[in-house]
Write a protein that binds this ligand. Structure first.
Ligand code: THG
Length: 266
């Protein structure tokens, strides 16, 4: 099954930031309930946008979000200390977002991840910066999987993020991501691939149609998770349909269920 990481509890979004600043639990919990009903698998929680407030904001958000859903959380921060604190607050096996090969992030993360009960998003990023080629992405994915397996992670708990970059910056960024995902899903059999889908359309008009098209094409290449908006009915229907067409939906059961629940409409 495709893993939907609901992206909406993120303080870079103005309304969420205002709700967090005012400690408006109703606003947050209503949104979380809607994401849960819409079919999210994880709720991403990112409280990093208010400078100097991340620790308090994450603590508050994690508590408030867990009161509104039984879903596990995806703990989203670049700061290993915040992730460690957040891990101590969750009720269900979480997704940690994220580790990368950048030294000041990798070393502390790998140390504290050993023996932890969690899934992990691993970014194809190192100290030389964002990946530029398919081989950059794939070689970093290989290293990340090797290091995570060394400390006991199962492939099913590893989600590789190829770091999708905008097509407005380089028109090849779509095919680079698709080709890298295809190689990773074949060569590193058993791992998952995920990432911020909407990065692809940054700087372009009519972003939603781009995100939808890109998601279908990524799924054709083996992509099996995304950080996305589960309240966008069109993209959720497209995800389920593409997942079926790619052969991942035995007897078309999930598709048929989605149609019966009126979640998939033509
Ligand atoms: N990889 C990983 N984690 C990530 C990202 C990634 N976490 C953060 C981000 N990228 C994914 N999360 C979001 C959350 C909200 C939005 C996009 C990505 C969003 N953006 C709209 C936009 O882009 O225009 C609207 C912004 C707004 O309303 O202000 O909603 O890549 N591992």
């Amino acid at each position: 099954m495709f893993t939907v990481i609901g992206e909406r509890i993120n303080t870079t979004l103005k309304k969420v930031q205002a709700a967090v600043a005012e400690r408006d639990a109703d606003y947050i919990q209503n949104d979380v309930r809607l994401q849960t009903e819409a079919g999210a698998t994880y709720i991403d929680v990112n409280g990093g946008a208010r400078i100097g407030e991340e620790e308090g904001d994450m603590r508050w958000l994690i508590e408030v979000v867990q009161e509104a859903t039984e879903l596990p959380l995806c703990l989203d921060s670049p700061d290993p200390n915040i992730l460690e604190m957040a891990y101590g607050l969750v009720k269900q096996k979480p997704m940690i977002n994220s580790i990368s090969l950048e030294k000041d992030r990798f070393d502390p993360m790998i140390k504290y991840l050993e023996g932890k009960e969690c899934r992990i998003i691993a970014l194809c990023m190192d100290d030389s910066g964002m990946p530029k080629t398919i081989e950059d992405i794939v070689s970093r994915a290989r290293t990340l999987v090797e290091k995570l397996e060394q400390i006991g992670f199962k492939r099913d708990d590893i989600f590789i993020d190829p770091l999708i970059q905008p097509m407005s910056v380089d028109i090849n960024n779509g095919t680079i991501a698709m080709d890298a995902v295809k190689i990773i899903m074949t060569e590193l059999e058993g791992v998952h691939t995920t990432g911020g889908l909407s990065n692809i359309s940054f700087g372009l008009p009519q972003r939603k149609i781009i995100n939808r098209c890109f998601l279908a094409m990524m799924i054709a290449n083996g992509y099996d998770s995304a950080i996305m908006d589960p309240l966008d009915k069109d993209i959720m229907g497209l995800m389920q349909t593409a997942d079926m067409v790619a052969g991942n939906d035995q007897f078309c059961m999930n598709f048929i269920k989605g149609v019966r629940a009126e979640k998939i409409v033509s």
